[in-house]
Ligand binder design. Sequence first.
Ligand code: CMP
Length: 144
Amino acid sequence: MSDSLHSLQRTLCIIKPDAVKKKVQGGIIQKILDAGFNIRGMKMIRLDESAARKFYEVHKERPFYGELVSFMTSGPVVVIALEKENAVADYRKLIGATDPAEAEEGTIRKIFADSKSENAVHGSDSEENGKIETGFFFTDKELI
Ligand code: CMP
């Protein structure tokens, strides 16, 4: 149930291979929780090439698509289904700009990311994609 003023939204966080390798998952998750998000589902997985290609299909014509797929399959990731009022916009503000060099002070990417391609976390870019991307990794039964 939702009303238009206070609708709960879902958004997908992926803690990317660079952040898992650096063992900063804990710090990232704590910042997300401190910002008022609820975790409805969470798991650590290793994406295979076909899953990564499918997840990032929208970028398939971009010059960085191959690099993106190879990076996202280079090690384990943590996928997290987040829920909160206004989750999509609030989470994007919390993570900061795609390029950490352009991200605001205090944002997750400013603190934890190294570059535009190895940028620590993913976030859904719309309410619609929040639902689609959460469904990509979690069945309804897995969301608590
Ligand atoms: P993400 O939010 O996961 O969605 C698409 C990803 O593509 C983005 O984060 C970046 O990691 C990556 N990306 C975007 N632009 C570039 C770029 N110019 N070069 C390399 N990777 C990029």
